[in-house]
Design a protein around this ligand. Structure first.
Ligand SMILES: [Zn+2]
Length: 539
């Protein structure tokens, strides 16, 4: 979730060289966007994965060759399984690397699913020609005159050109185009310029939209383009896009509330924004699991106190739903100050706040210690996320209260020794897990995040983590088995008998590919509850 301070930090751009190898790898960047999943959730038979290099992420860290899924769960995992006769589909993955379905334990997928226009994520492209190609391919599904949009996780830093596409380049896309990079820069093409100018939005001759015109543009797009149907389409598109990158479970951490359409990128109607996802669930079309937390922003001095939080705690349920969609706790803002924390603790709910600096995390820990002295927090699994600055003393104090930290949040930042101190956290006994925090200010693409944590480099190739890097095994563990604790679900995040049948067959061995290629990793086959939700040629 952005704030002003954080956005400014992300506005700075850098111009170091970086190669882009999609063409060299023989992969079309467009495929990630263009292909519909070959099978919708529902109706698949039981299946057995054979000839895999299956990293189970179980407590013994076993790597096996076979995994059997029946009725949505793993029923056998090993090397020479006795596969029952009958309707069991045999999937030979030909030695490919298999990992548990990835869990992003804190992002803003619900905001992404409510973007106006035909939102087209560009988190997997690294050159401007590739971006244009993805947008052109997207047009095939878009009626003439309708907007192709990319709003949010987009940055000049990701392109080898170190800039956003120009109006002339975007004119190669035969639809109105609107690109809004939360990290800085908003662009449109000639068709988009005409539409926006007719609504009073100032657009420079080169397609740049700047200053207050950005909010005016986004507001106009939201007011005119959003319907329940477009939201549902965008929600499905977003979930499918990330299924192709291996994410099988998203924990959404909310938005800033706005009753009416807003020009602010991280704002939505938090009482209705889940509807498109709930509709997909009712229709049995979800390609991933969702966990929703509720963000509250009551003022600590509100009168009557805690106007929204008190209602939430009284009239709704934490951890309510089914295996596809479940409610969670309060966050990523609890709001309401220390009385808000007291109310959440008394109600027995989970709470999460984010910290953007040392002063922030220090205050959050102090307040929790005050509440903990009155109402023990142990067992409630309260969370602080991001923690860019995080001394060991605070880790000790959080751990003593039974709290955990979520880390990630890196590929688009610039500066040195930005944290979080991954190595310290990894070696500490505190509960820890992986989150992207992506959707508005940063990317959800897990492979960009993993690459940064492993190499210490941002997307422009600049060192940002000092010596606080992790091994690949550690990073993949954080995004799978370690996140069980944050979901409060033991039967996700590892390939073990009895767990939900979620796995990803990767297009490369993420344990051994070069650092440069790690960020281009994608899924060839994504399976959730035994159902194929993405298939790129394996079946
Ligand atoms: Zn967030």
């Amino acid at each position: 979730m952005p704030n002003h301070h954080q956005r400014n930090g992300l506005l700075r751009r850098h111009f170091l060289g970086q190669t882009a190898g999609l063409a060299l790898l023989g992969m079309s960047s467009a495929r990630l966007d263009a292909q519909p999943p070959s099978a919708k959730a529902g109706g698949d038979s039981d299946l057995v994965i054979v000839n895999g290099k299956i990293h189970t992420m179980d407590p013994a860290n076993r790597v096996v060759t076979q995994a059997l899924i029946q009725n949505g769960r793993f029923t056998a995992v090993g090397n020479r399984l006795a596969v029952p006769r009958g309707n069991v589909r045999r999937v030979d993955v030909k030695g490919r690397t298999v990992i548990p379905g990835l869990i992003d334990a804190h992002n803003h997928i619900v905001l992404v699913g409510n973007r106006p226009g035909w939102h087209t994520p560009l988190e997997h492209v690294f050159t401007i020609p590739d971006a244009i190609s993805v947008l052109q391919t997207r047009c095939a599904a878009v009626p003439a005159g309708e907007f192709v949009t990319t709003v949010g996780p987009l940055s000049a830093m990701q392109f080898s050109e170190r800039r956003l596409p120009s109006l002339t380049e975007l004119d190669a896309v035969n639809r109105p185009v609107y690109l809004q990079a939360a990290q800085g820069g908003t662009r449109t093409n000639s068709q988009g310029k005409t539409w926006l100018e007719a609504r009073g939005v100032t657009v420079a001759a080169d397609g740049t939209i700047a200053g207050p015109s950005i909010a005016a543009a986004l507001l106009a797009l939201r007011k005119e383009l959003l319907t329940p149907q477009t939201r549902q389409r965008s929600a499905l598109d977003a979930l499918n896009y990330y299924a192709r990158l291996g994410i099988t479970t998203h924990r959404d951490c909310g938005a800033f509330h706005s009753d009416l359409p807003s020009g602010a990128i991280a704002s939505e109607n938090t009482f209705t924004m889940h509807n498109p996802f709930l509709a997909l669930q009712r229709e049995g079309r979800l390609p991933a699991r969702l966990r929703f937390d509720f963000l509250h922003q009551d003022s600590p001095t509100a009168n009557p106190p805690l106007p929204t939080l008190s209602q939430r705690l009284k009239y709704s349920f934490p951890f309510f739903g089914d295996e596809w969609i479940k409610t969670g706790g309060i966050g990523e803002f609890t709001g309401g100050g220390i009385d808000g924390l007291r109310a959440i603790a008394r109600a027995g709910w989970r709470a999460e706040d984010h910290a953007l600096n040392l002063a922030g995390v220090t205050n959050l820990v102090k307040d929790r210690e005050t509440v903990n002295a009155e109402i023990p927090l142990s067992g409630l699994r309260w969370i602080i996320s991001h923690v860019p600055e995080f001394p060991v003393d605070l880790a000790n104090r959080m751990d003593a209260m039974g709290m955990g930290v979520l880390v990630g949040w890196g590929p688009l930042r610039s500066g040195s020794n930005l944290g979080p101190p991954y190595r310290m956290i990894m070696n500490h006994r505190i509960k820890k897990g992986y989150h992207s925090d992506g959707g508005d200010i940063t990317v959800i693409n897990p492979w960009l995040n993993f690459s940064t944590i492993v190499t210490g480099l941002n997307l422009a190739g600049q060192p940002i983590l000092g010596d606080q890097k992790l091994t690949r095994q550690e990073v993949f563990w954080l995004a799978t088995a370690a996140n069980k604790w944050f979901l409060e679900e033991d039967d996700l995040g590892s390939i073990e008998t009895g767990n939900h049948g979620d796995l990803v067959v990767l297009d490369r061995d993420c344990f051994t590919v070069s650092d440069e290629d790690l960020k281009r990793t994608r899924s060839l086959l994504t399976i959730v509850a035994g159902k194929v939700v993405h298939n790129d040629g394996v079946l």
